[in-house]
Write a protein that binds this ligand. Structure first.
Ligand code: F6P
Length: 550
């Protein structure tokens, strides 16, 4: 059964939220902390090794009550049930949405067209695990009998970003294999990677759900041609494997059926790192750690599915996002991990979030009259403090931030960790409290500045504060906690899509550019001048054609 279609702005909760927003929009967070001493405790969710404090958000009890009512009125509970049980909620593509099944235990059952898919998922998981162990242990060898030293993941979008982010995040847990990612159709990207490789000891994993993606196929062809300069046709079987739903196309490319790791239509590309698309993760950190990643995600799934919405981490984060996006008109939200390991986390979330909820037509086919998906961005702290934090503190835009940190570092360097975490905590305090003009003047006075100088400088030293942040503090970065964290954001995206009444699991918006690129590519080789382009586009094409060979 389809998801229900409620225009969120037609709910009672929405109207009440609008009125309530007018009441509280100017309230300063520090005021709430003064008047409600138990605010922090009430607005903190402690779950497993997660400590999620959302009290530094511009909400009070009433806001939360109304946001939860909005979730009820838009039938979020039913939607969660439908997603987990394998109903075809991706209606525009007529597909189930079952990335959660990829991390479900063997004992679970999830039915697609009357068949329990869990045994099949676990068979493939075993296939991935066995293959990875053979590569890691050197049982599988390259065409000259040498063990593999390097893995190259060839894919783009969901077939790249998830595995690349996780491999980077879990580098502490990595084995001896060097893992590389080739994604961009920019030939310089693939050539820079090839420069580092020895064909005798490199395994190539071609990842493409459709196996029709221009970037991936071009890179795979270029790499295959490079490989064949050093090896024979029959050696391909030892060095190339594929992850895809499109068995025929993979075989056409020259990869044997035995070297194909399947994936399924009912898992969207950007949610697919938990299955065969995660092969490069499994190769990098080994099957045990890959299992732990899946276990963490499954624990978050269970929390999301069963916990009351008032204590449900993905639901609360999603509702806060809607509050800022639709009532405060915040355009963007920042993700600031205080861990260099999560360097690629925001980039990964950009696809997950913006490809999912960057939609403007609702589930009845009408153009929405409200804002949907926000813009997600971010960089690790403390680096970002020295880059864009100025604007968050003193700029004109409201940018809610998620601060993600870990109590323990992995190498146990307490001195560095204390410095890192003092910054992590201080930033959210500073963003919330700000600094009054009076405090700024007193600071300047303490520097013995002249009175006129003090009054000239003071306005620039004022911090308005009242900038919302959510703190997600986790015990340590492990495969399991990373699995939980990724699943948390996946569910946040789903909740927001349900409430915004959009289809979160298609991505038609990426098609038009692809079609036009194919047309233009053909024109590069033709002499025909008028192809119906606008004057700007035609001018750029002409300029490129003229200069590319000069
Ligand atoms: O960017 C569009 C998209 O279809 C993404 O949704 C997907 O993750 C990516 O391209 C790669 O697709 P494929 O895995 O089929 O090569």
């Amino acid at each position: 059964m389809a998801l229900n279609t409620t225009n969120p702005t037609h709910t009672n909760a929405w109207a009440a939220l609008k009125a309530h927003f007018e009441d509280i929009k100017d309230t300063h967070l520090s005021q709430w902390f003064l008047t409600h001493p138990n605010r922090a405790e009430k607005m903190t969710i402690k779950w497993d090794d997660f400590y999620v404090d959302y009290s530094k958000n511009r909400v009070d009890d009433k806001t939360l009550e109304l946001l939860l009512k909005l979730a009820d009125e838009t039938q979020l509970g039913e939607a969660i049930q439908k997603q987990f049980s394998g109903e075809a909620i991706n209606e525009t593509e007529k597909r189930e949405v079952l990335h959660t099944a990829l991390r479900a235990p063997k004992s679970a059952s999830v039915f697609v067209n009357g068949t329990n898919v869990i045994p099949e998922i676990h068979n493939v998981k075993n296939q991935i695990g066995t293959f990875s162990n053979e590569v890691i242990n050197g049982v599988r060898k390259g065409f000259t009998g040498k063990p593999f030293t390097d893995i190259v993941n060839i894919g783009i979008g969901g077939s790249d970003l998830g595995p690349a982010m996780v491999v980077d995040a879990l580098q502490y847990y990595k084995n001896h294999l060097n893992t590389h990612f080739v994604s961009n159709v920019d030939g310089d990207h693939v050539n820079e990677i090839l420069k580092k490789l020895n064909p005798e000891t490199t395994l190539f994993v071609v990842v493409s759900k459709t196996f029709t993606t221009q970037e991936t196929l071009s890179n795979a062809m270029t790499i295959k041609a490079w490989f064949l300069k050093h090896a024979a046709m029959e050696d391909i079987a030892k060095h190339f494997v594929a992850v895809s739903t499109n068995i025929e196309k993979v075989k056409d490319f020259g990869i044997a059926e035995a070297n194909i790791f399947p994936m399924w239509d009912w898992v969207g590309g950007r949610f697919s790192l938990w299955g065969s698309v995660g092969l490069s993760i499994c190769l990098s950190v080994g099957p045990d750690n890959f299992d732990k990643l899946l276990l963490g995600a499954h624990k978050m799934d269970t929390h999301f599915k069963n916990e009351d919405f008032g204590k449900n981490i993905p639901v609360i984060l999603a509702l806060l996002g809607i509050w800022y996006n639709n009532f405060f008109n915040a355009q963007t939200e920042a993700i600031i991990p205080y861990s260099q390991y999560l360097n690629q986390f925001a980039t990964y979330l950009q696809q997950a979030n913006m490809e999912s909820n960057g939609k403007s037509v609702d589930r009845t086919g009408k153009t929405v009259n409200y804002q949907t998906g926000g813009i997600v961005w971010g960089e690790p702290g403390t680096n970002s403090q020295h880059a864009f934090f100025q604007l968050i503190h003193q700029g004109t835009k409201l940018i809610p931030c998620d601060f993600i940190g870990f109590v323990k570092s992995l190498y146990g360097n307490v001195e560095h960790q204390d410095k890192l975490m003092s910054n992590f905590i201080a930033q959210t305090e500073a963003l919330m409290k700000g600094k009054s003009k009076e405090a700024a003047i007193n600071e300047l006075k303490a520097q013995n500045l002249a009175e006129n100088e003090i009054h000239k400088l003071a306005p620039y030293k004022v911090f308005e504060g009242n900038k919302p942040t959510t703190t997600i503090l986790i015990d340590q970065l492990t495969p399991e906690s990373l699995g939980k964290l990724i699943a948390l954001y996946e569910h946040k995206i789903f909740v927001q899509g349900v409430i915004w009444d959009v289809y979160s699991y298609d991505q038609f918006g990426v098609e038009l550019g692809k079609q036009l690129a194919n047309t233009i590519l053909k024109e590069f080789g033709s002499v025909q001048a008028d192809n119906g382009h606008d004057a700007s586009t035609q001018g750029i094409i002409n300029f490129y054609k003229r200069l590319k060979t000069s």
